[in-house]
Design a protein around this ligand. Structure first.
Ligand SMILES: Cc1ncc(COP(=O)(O)O)c(C=O)c1O
Length: 387
């Protein structure tokens, strides 16, 4: 049996999405900036996609910027807002959490090391959650931008983005959220989230790789990172990836239509998987919040094993999983997320992330629960290895 449990890493492109994008690779291949008919067809595709995504976010169409993916959206938001706001107000501090994806964390550190910003990292509790009470005192007049992810990629914890956003809004500080893991799984209404900027990437919700979007609220201080032509309202230069963008909009539209029903289904499977693993595998515990977590996300620490061995054992059994960026070998640096949650480096080697999606069935969960305990025992040396 083949079981794909790495949907947090990436997802397959849905057939309906391939169908939607194909005409833009073949018939409507024009440059969307061209005046002629075939260019206008491409431009219409772009307009439709922008409308679809704006509607799902509760945004205006001119507040959506197309990018090459989640990393570019995060970079564009952080760099663009921090630099413009410093120019306008002199604010020189970037506030973000210790558990952000590297696309945010490394960008903040780059802005510190090469552009002279100060960076303050918000701590998290043992569940990987930032506490609103810890954030509020950090938000003074010197803050140029705040960035807090909606859901964590390694441990699935959902952050109190709406509450932090309300404080930022009241103090006039631009607020960005990395919603790359959340898109298609949680509501993305930018008004309830109280965000000025929100990043998404298509390949996490059954769209193609290499395409993403950035919501940028009208009036937010911003300067472009990619300069050149006047594409995307002069906020991101470069001929748009029309087929990819049309595909992304179709994928997000389908995910949004199916979201409530599909997430209920996945949450049931996920809870069965978590319960079964906690029961059948000795010395294992759940990482991240048991309650405030993505409905498709399960992550664990398994005592006395290295993630790499478990992943290889699972792979040999046809199960694709990940360590959730936890270190896969004792020689490597432990995951910054697990470290921030207070997990000692020597324990952080046994991280396992199982992230569910559309292809997963009850039979597959049963299969994983039958295989995993034995794989762990084999690695611990308590039973002979016999794949
Ligand atoms: C939370 C988060 N942010 C950003 C990214 C980067 O997205 P992309 O792969 O589209 O550049 C990822 C991808 O793993 C992610 O999980």
């Amino acid at each position: 049996m083949n079981v794909y449990l790495d949907h947090a890493a990436t997802t397959p492109v849905r057939p309906e999405v391939v169908e939607a994008m194909l005409p833009y690779l073949t018939d409507f291949y024009g440059n969307s900036s061209s005046i002629h008919g075939i260019g206008r067809k491409a431009h219409a595709g772009l307009d439709g996609a922008r409308r679809t995504i704006a509607d799902i976010l509760g945004a205006k169409t001119n507040e959506i910027i197309f990018t090459s993916g989640g990393s570019e959206s995060d970079n564009t938001a952080l760099r663009g807002i921090a630099l413009a706001r410093r120019r306008q107000t002199g604010a020189n501090r970037i506030v973000t959490t210790v558990v952000e994806h590297k696309a945010v964390l490394e960008t903040a550190l780059d802005l510190r090391d090469h552009f002279g910003f100060d960076v303050t990292l918000i701590p998290v509790d043992g569940d990987g959650m930032a506490r609103v009470d810890d954030v509020a005192p950090l938000l003074g007049e010197d803050v140029a931008v705040v960035s807090v992810m909606l859901a964590n990629n390694e441990v699935g914890t959902i952050q109190p983005v709406g509450e932090i956003g309300a404080i930022c809004r009241a103090r006039g500080i631009p607020f960005h959220t990395d919603a790359v893991q959340a898109a298609g799984k949680l509501p993305l209404d930018v008004h309830s989230l109280r965000v000025d900027a929100l990043s998404g990437g298509a390949h996490k919700f059954y769209g193609p790789k290499g395409v993403g979007f950035l919501y940028l609220r009208q009036g937010t201080p911003f300067q472009p990172t990619l300069t050149g032509g006047s594409h995307e309202g002069s906020r991101r230069a470069g001929t748009e990836n029309v087929a990819g963008i049309v595909a992304m909009a179709k994928a997000l539209e389908l995910a949004e239509i199916e979201r409530e029903v599909e997430m209920r289904r996945l949450q049931l499977l996920r809870d069965w998987l978590i319960g079964g693993i906690l029961e059948k595998v000795d010395g294992v515990h759940l990482t991240g919040s048991p309650f405030h977590r993505l409905p498709n996300h399960a992550s664990f620490l398994i005592n006395g094993v290295e993630a790499e061995g478990v992943l290889i054992g699972l792979d040999l059994a046809g199960i694709a999983a990940s360590s959730g960026s936890a270190c896969t070998s004792a020689a490597q640096k432990p995951s910054h997320v697990l470290e921030a949650m207070g997990i000692p480096a020597q324990d952080a080697v046994g991280g396992l992330r199982l992230s569910l999606g559309r292809s997963n069935t009850p039979e597959q969960i049963e299969y994983v629960l039958a295989k995993l305990p034995r794989i762990v025992e084999q690695i611990r040396g308590s039973v002979p290895i016999a794949f």
